[in-house]
Ligand binder design. Structure first.
Ligand SMILES: NC(=O)c1ccc[n+]([C@@H]2O[C@H](COP(=O)([O-])OP(=O)(O)OC[C@H]3O[C@@H](n4cnc5c(N)ncnc54)[C@H](O)[C@@H]3O)[C@@H](O)[C@H]2O)c1
Length: 365
């Protein structure tokens, strides 16, 4: 039976040793607090600046600080490398881990440019041949309301999914003046990665056929906020099911959260995540049920992503958040960005591959 507890992170009886790479904001605020709460053994840390790694190790009781990633990967206690670095150099780090025979959990976005795809695919082929698991830290898949919705959909409780709708009913995080504001189409390219990814999980069974997206500046948006604050993504799939993801701007609201609706042929799931708004209701043929959710995306979701990789390794199967699985979300994101660049026309993810293949043949990739 699926209940609120089914959405909690899962770990094998003897979790594998983790080596953390990157001692920045997300490692400190989410990875390590989640691992501490869920008993994940973090055995070593390395970062670009040794002092950052040493400070993190001291605060979280990690006994070994390595001088380099190579040294960390050579540490026999490191069975999984947890990459808490930014997207630049991500494929290099995954490649080094695979070469060292170490399983990987890589932060999102898995890659941030189409040009990195061919090399990533080669690295993933090698990992598969050698039985090394490469997973992506799509931690929002384990936000309690989103995870439970996923399990209820898989269990057929709303029939076949017809449509997914997300509304971002909360302020945006501070963006102006941060490196994020330098990323072109930042909301589509980076911020909404979790929303695109979970939507695609809920639409599983259909192929993403078309993505139309746009972003726009909103009334009174400060001039120093370079990226538009409003964004819309529309996703169409081969089954006829579709999705809509909307950020109206930096919403001014005392309550708020991120409400979502999943409409199916037999019922509806409605819920919300973030800002303490977490809830999920199943409105099905047998009546309405409100679930008493436990935990929050921050930081239980981070335990969920790591727990799934650890469990998959123990059960000798691919993790749900494998890089291969996440790649379809990455392609959907790339299509959204391309659509916005083209003024909102629908883009077919397969056309992106075609463009890349043609560029490769012409030597321009
Ligand atoms: N919910 C989420 O999943 C979530 C939330 C926030 C950030 N993130 C993602 O986490 C990643 C990191 O974000 P952050 O805010 O912590 O960034 P950050 O810049 O604060 O930290 C990155 C750390 O990695 C280190 N680093 C980078 N490249 C390295 C390399 N090659 N070798 C060793 N160390 C290296 C840096 O020195 C720094 O300590 C980003 O990809 C971001 O998108 C995810």
């Amino acid at each position: 039976m699926i209940d609120a507890l089914s959405a909690r992170p899962r770990f094998p009886a003897a979790p594998l040793g983790v080596g953390l790479v990157g001692a920045g904001g997300i490692a400190r605020s989410a990875h390590l607090p989640a691992y501490r709460a869920w008993g994940v053994p973090v055995v070593a840390v390395a970062s670009r600046r040794r002092a950052d790694a040493a400070a993190l190790a001291a605060d979280f009781g990690i006994d070994t600080v390595h001088d380099s990633v190579a040294e960390l990967l050579a540490d026999p206690r490191v069975e999984i490398v947890d990459l808490a670095t930014g997207p630049t150099g991500r494929v290099d780090l995954i490649e080094a881990a695979v070469a060292a025979g170490t399983h990987v959990l890589a932060q999102k976005p898995l890659i941030s440019h189409e040009s990195e795809l061919p090399r990533l695919l080669r690295v993933l082929d090698e990992a598969r041949e050698r039985g090394i698991r490469v997973a992506v830290n799509q931690n929002a898949r384990w936000a309690p309301a989103w995870r439970l919705a996923t399990l209820l959909i898989r269990d057929g409780r709303i029939g076949e999914v017809v449509g997914v709708t997300h509304l971002h009913d909360k302020p945006l995080p501070p963006l102006a003046g941060t490196p994020f504001d330098d990323v072109p189409h930042m909301l589509l390219n980076d911020y909404l990665v979790h929303w695109v990814d979970i939507t695609r999980c809920w639409l599983e069974g259909g192929r993403v056929d078309a993505v139309a997206a746009s972003d726009h500046r909103v009334p009174r948006q400060p001039a120093d906020a370079r990226n538009p604050w409003g964004a819309d993504i529309r996703i169409e799939t081969s089954t006829g099911a579709g999705a809509s993801i909307r950020i109206v701007g930096s919403a001014r609201t005392r309550g708020g959260g991120c409400p979502f609706w999943i409409h199916g042929t037999e019922g509806t799931l409605r819920g919300s995540i973030l800002l303490g708004s977490d809830r999920l209701q199943l409105d099905g043929p047998e009546g309405t049920e409100d679930f008493a959710l436990e935990g929050q995306w921050f930081t239980d979701g981070f335990a969920g992503a790591m727990g799934e990789l650890q469990t998959a390794i123990a059960e000798r199967r691919e993790p749900e958040n494998s890089a291969e699985h996440v790649l379809a979300s990455v392609r959907t994101t790339f299509a959204a960005v391309r659509s916005a660049e083209l003024g909102g026309v629908p883009v077919h993810p397969e056309d992106l591959e075609l463009t890349r293949a043609l560029q490769g043949r012409n030597g321009a990739a």
